[in-house]
Design a protein around this ligand. Structure first.
Ligand code: FAD
Ligand code: DHB
Length: 396
């Protein structure tokens, strides 16, 4: 088998990249180790930047998000007794985000790929990359007990943080940057109406809380919990009681509770691997970087990597500009570090840091930082322009 691009992983990065390239006439094959149902069912992100929505449209998978996505033009921050709205639209000159679950985006992209006849192998086993720094890279894997060999021009490692692609970059080339935060997020999805029409990020002395949503009748809530906590320790009743305690009275009184459709615990970390390319291999999305979810950047950053690689490969194949291929890492990393900074800033601002020795001082610094940002038009604008998403870099 042969194709221009082998794509490892059918998460949002792999599916979006594959679909954009198919539409540009650049053939590709996706190899995924899990089943399509498993990939589609993973409850994760829910806030899409405009740049991500635009890419979905360009991929021919934007019809349903245009109909069903909920546009949010503001969000709220709560710190102690202060409750402040960040006017995304007013502060950014018409900026907004769209509420649309990662599950839905994945489904739309899978359907679009199916309709365009793109080749995908789900439940592939023993996936291996070969000669990534040579002239003729190839991928081998097992599918339905049959061995396969896929020759390609390039390989896109879209296989997430636990994937194999990043490990193909030699240790003396790869530089890793990491911060692990001393808490996790416990998420709960329920068929209950959202407590507020916009998202609410809360810094309470008992810990962070987030009120998000998927639709007018489906809510997604998160609580900061110790990193050692397990799901069994959090029956629904305890989750709702804790959320009520962390919300301002007005919201707490309006909170509608119900059985959890899904609950999960996510540890928080910042991680960046440099460079994001080696020979004929590109790392895309979570394969190259992880951000803590405060600020909703993980999925959007994956999409902007995809946008960058898509524009580079289009230039290469359509305009014979293969000189730009070597610039992927440099271009992508500029935006990666800015989103890493914003996610770290939002995480530091909105969580309680239980074990900080100088806790009293740190808490005061956090209060002063909050006070400064929400009461300064420059501060508000900084939050707004990062939240709606910084511009995607062009490739010239
Ligand atoms: P992934 O979605 O991880 O996809 C990688 C794919 O590669 C997977 O399907 C995997 O099965 C496949 N794969 C792995 N190894 C191999 C292999 N060897 N061979 C073939 N295929 C392989 N972001 C937010 O913005 N907000 C959130 O609330 C949020 N919550 C999250 C909760 C969790 C538990 C996690 C893990 C992430 C969350 N994120 C969130 C981040 C966001 O979901 C990711 O940034 C996004 O999924 C990245 O997409 P991706 O395609 O790069 O990677
Ligand atoms: C959601 C997740 C986030 O990390 C965030 O900052 C906002 C919303 C969500 O899952 O809805």
């Amino acid at each position: 088998m042969k194709c221009k691009l082998a794509i490892i992983g059918a998460g949002p990065s792999g599916l979006l990249l594959g679909q954009l390239l198919l539409r540009a006439g650049i053939d590709n094959v996706i190899i995924e180790k899990k089943s399509a149902d498993y990939v589609q069912g993973r409850i994760r992100a829910g806030v899409l930047e405009q740049g991500t929505v635009d890419l979905l449209r360009e991929a021919g998978a934007g019809r349903r998000i245009d109909d069903e996505g909920i546009v949010h033009r503001g969000l709220e921050l709560v710190f102690g007794r202060c409750r402040d709205r960040i006017d995304l639209q007013g502060l950014t000159g018409d900026g907004a985000v769209t509420i649309y679950g990662q599950t839905e985006m994945t489904r739309d992209l899978m359907e679009a790929r199916e309709a365009s006849g793109g080749l995908s192998f789900y439940e592939a086993e023993d996936v291996r990359l070969h000669d990534v720094d040579g002239e003729r890279p190839y991928v081998t894997f097992m599918h339905d007990s049959q061995p396969y060999r896929l020759s390609c021009d390039y390989i896109a490692g879209c296989d997430g943080y636990h994937g194999i692609s990043r490990h193909c970059i030699p240790q003396d080339v790869l530089v890793e940057y990491e911060r692990v935060y001393p808490f996790s997020w416990l998420g709960l999805l329920s068929d209950t109406p959202p407590v507020h029409h916009e998202l609410v990020y809360v810094n309470h002395e008992r810990g962070f809380a987030l009120c998000s949503q998927r639709s007018a009748s489906r809510s997604r809530y998160y609580l900061q919990v110790p990193p050692t906590d397990r799901l069994e320790e959090w029956p629904d009743s305890r989750f709702w009681a804790e959320l009520k305690r962390r919300l301002p009275d007005k919201l707490s009184q309006r909170l509608v509770t119900g059985p959890a459709l899904e609950k999960s615990i996510t540890p928080l970390r910042s991680y960046v691997a440099e460079p994001m390319q080696y020979g004929k291999l590109f790392l895309v999305g979570d394969a190259a970087h992880i951000v803590p979810p405060t600020g909703a950047k993980g999925l959007n950053l994956a999409a902007s990597d995809v946008g960058t690689l898509y524009r580079i490969l289009k230039k290469a194949y359509q305009e014979n500009r293969f000189d730009v291929v070597g610039r992927y890492s440099e271009i992508a990393l500029r935006r990666v570090w800015k989103a890493t900074r914003f996610s770290w800033f939002m995480t530091s601002l909105m969580h309680t840091f239980p074990s900080r020795e100088e806790m009293a001082f740190e808490r005061r610094m956090q209060q002063a930082e909050y006070d400064y940002y929400v009461n300064s038009s420059a501060g508000q604008k900084t939050i707004a322009e990062n939240y709606v998403g910084l511009p995607h870099d062009l490739v010239d």
